[in-house]
Design a protein around this ligand. Structure first.
Ligand code: PLP
Length: 389
């Protein structure tokens, strides 16, 4: 029997990552002895800071191997709440913080309790691809707003108003964003929030790259309004991608529904990871994460002018995350083909724009500076050699 008859129709709208082809080919090339520089990877190259690892090991020794409450251990929810006060002077009740399996878990919970079939969720194009797939999973309709470098890859109020319909249920944006590394300004967040609230709709801000901003201090949209839904994670700034731990902050009226869904979907977030994460906000850990942030800033400051020099168009300097989204139109109008070609010829792996949407996706690529400075220098040298010919 064909897949067509067996699998649910919604699976048609859930696309694979094209970068997986690139990764598979990169592995093949590496195993045949070629040197490959990885700039396609969306996770820090650093391992988890040692105080977190130690706390995880201790949790294992202490026998912390069972389920926890569905919304996370109270100590961690408290600790995250304290962190919002310490870092942003924002008061948030620990009960409003739901610990989840990564930001991925938080996004599924938020969309699961908000989206009815056919509801429209406004996102950006380019944007983090899983979000539109989660919307499709709940039978909603992702509405992707094309955003340009001139507008810092964030939607304008006017664009939002134009896209609005009576089926619009929520707006989901990220700051810093993937793949562009751009931020939502306070002013724009306020404008969008006001409009979204007037329409009795929900504003969700994904702050997974919080902490990874350069030249400006990290912020949270919670400073603007208490009822913005916040998605966050230990994955990026705290270097814990594989521990699968994040959190969602939601208004009180949604907590009962979110708890019920969390109980059913996940039973509990990963236990060992939660005990490990208690060490994430210790000063000794923050010293390490801040040092890494400076290292990322150095990499960005090297890579951005170097890519421009090579002929890639980067109109807006990314202010955060660890990505540079570049216009490669001068070299190709097929970003997938360009990524494969430069992997083959130059041994440099990066992600084609088509993984992040449709708008200008064939002329854009994403470089991740999740590899050390000497490797980045070598990557630029290799690209120089191959693009020139
Ligand atoms: C914007 C954005 N949101 C959410 C996620 C999911 O991250 P995790 O589930 O590891 O917390 C990612 C991962 O790359 C991301 O880039």
């Amino acid at each position: 029997m064909s897949e067509h008859n067996i699998l649910a129709a919604r699976m048609k709208s859930i696309q694979p990552f094209h970068v997986m082809d690139i990764l598979a080919r990169a592995r093949q090339l590496a195993s045949s002895g070629r040197s490959i520089i990885h700039m396609e990877v969306g996770e820090p190259d650093f391992t988890t800071p040692s105080p977190i690892i130690e706390a995880g090991l201790q949790a294992l020794k202490d026998g912390q191997t069972k389920y926890t409450p569905a919304c996370g251990i109270p100590e961690l929810r408290e600790r995250i709440a304290e962190w919002y006060w310490q870092a942003f002077q924002v008061k948030v009740a620990a009960e409003r913080i739901i610990v989840t399996p990564g930001a991925s878990g938080a996004l599924q919970l938020a969309l699961g309790v908000l989206v009815n079939p056919q509801d429209e969720i406004i996102l950006t194009d380019p944007g983090y691809p899983c979000n539109r797939h989660f919307v499709s999973l709940f039978e909603g309709k992702p509405i992707s707003l094309p955003v340009t470098a001139e507008q810092n890859y964030q939607p304008s109020l006017n664009q939002l108003q134009q896209a609005w319909s009576e089926r619009t249920r929520a707006v989901l944006l990220a700051s810093p964003a993937n793949p562009t590394g751009t931020l939502l300004s306070t002013e724009l967040t306020q404008q969008l929030y006001q409009y979204i609230t007037q329409q009795h709709s929900t504003f969700i801000v994904d702050e997974i790259y919080q902490g990874l901003t350069y030249g400006q201090e990290p912020q949270t949209a919670l400073s603007i309004a208490d009822d913005i839904w916040i998605v966050n994670s230990f994955s990026k700034y705290f270097g814990m991608t594989g521990w699968r731990l994040g959190w969602l902050i939601a208004p009180e009226y949604a907590l009962d529904a979110l708890t019920r869904l969390a109980q059913n979907l996940f039973l509990s977030p990963p236990t060992i990871a939660q005990y490990a994460a208690l060490a994430a906000f210790k000063q000794e850990t923050l010293d390490i994460t801040e040092e890494r942030r400076f290292e990322f800033a150095k990499r960005r400051d090297f890579l951005l002018p170097a890519l421009r020099e090579l002929g890639f168009g980067v109109q807006t300097a990314p202010q955060g995350a660890f990505y540079i989204y570049a216009d490669a139109g001068r070299f190709s109008d097929n970003s997938h083909e360009l990524s494969l070609r430069l992997l083959e010829q130059a041994g440099v792996a990066f992600t084609p724009g088509i993984d992040f949407g449709e708008y200008a996706a064939k002329t854009h690529v994403r470089f991740a500076y999740t590899t050390n400075l000497p490797e980045l220098e070598q990557a630029v040298e290799r690209l120089h050699k191959h693009l020139r010919s």
